[in-house]
Design a protein around this ligand. Structure first.
Ligand SMILES: [Zn+2]
Ligand SMILES: [Zn+2]
Length: 259
């Protein structure tokens, strides 16, 4: 499995000279295995997706908050001649198509999801499922409006994508069991402990809580994602230097990991 980090920022994209190292584009991770290209979320990071050459392209959305779908309307893959299968949980009484059309229709955007060169096939998510030889399982996150935590497994390797996740004692136990012995967990660590005290209920977690999941799940490694837009490179580097576990790091746009 090859994992390419395309966007790591949470909530809203950032820009400027002090956001160059970790990157300012929002949530998007590309997973390639078994001739499949699977995008986890379609934030603005998807705009810089490499051409994988893969005919089999899928998008798994954790949820449809704007930072996770922002890149879709202008993504190069939508402007290419191929079929794209997009999956997300139907929520709030709305199908995924209805959720996406909130953004992709006038007056917010001039064209709908069916008016692209690519053929976007939108599926209401039903797990577990397989995409080629990749098996996809999931659990519900704890996040305002809901979000899906995914586990992708192929060839004896796996990763867990746990973004837009706020810890509770019960959810931590569930996530630890779900992540058992995985190779990599991508974990939402938007806040410092100090910030979290003021941001309870916003649907995001902390480094400390992530490290507990890493330790107790037996996972091999962890990358922190969904960086707070107010955390510039200096702040993120400081947070990264304070990490007490060498298996953990902060995700940077452009990183490529093989598991
Ligand atoms: Zn988000
Ligand atoms: Zn969200």
């Amino acid at each position: 499995m090859k994992i390419t980090v395309l966007g790591v920022r949470g909530s809203i994209p950032t820009d400027g000279a002090d956001h160059l190292i970790y990157g300012g584009a929002t949530a998007c991770i590309l997973v390639e295995a078994d001739g499949q290209a699977i995008f986890l979320d379609a934030g603005s990071g998807i705009l810089v997706a490499p051409d994988t050459g893969s005919e089999q392209v899928s998008i798994l959305l954790s949820h449809t908050h704007i930072d996770h779908i922002l890149g879709l309307p202008l993504s190069p893959i939508m402007l290419s001649d191929r079929r794209i299968d997009l999956y997300c949980e139907a929520r709030g009484g709305m199908s995924v198509r209805e959720q996406l059309e909130r953004l992709m229709s006038p007056p917010l955007w001039p064209v709908g999801p069916d008016e692209y060169q690519a053929r976007l096939v939108i599926h209401d998510l039903k797990l577990p499922m397989n995409i080629g030889a990749i098996s996809v399982t999931g659990i519900e996150s704890n996040h305002p409006g809901g979000s899906t935590i995914y586990r992708l497994s192929a060839d004896g390797h796996s990763l867990v994508y746990a973004t837009d996740y706020e810890h509770t004692a019960e959810k931590q136990r569930e996530l630890i069991a779900f992540s058992r012995d995985t190779d990599l967990i991508l974990y939402d660590a938007q806040y410092t402990e100090e910030e979290y005290a003021r941001m309870k209920g916003f649907g995001h977690s902390t480094v400390e809580q992530g490290l507990t999941v890493l330790r107790e799940s037996g996972a091999k490694s962890m990358l922190f994602v969904h960086h707070d837009p107010r955390h510039n490179d200096r702040k993120l580097a400081e947070m990264e230097q304070e990490l007490s576990d060498s298996r953990a790091a902060f995700a940077r746009a452009g990183m490529v990991i093989e598991i």
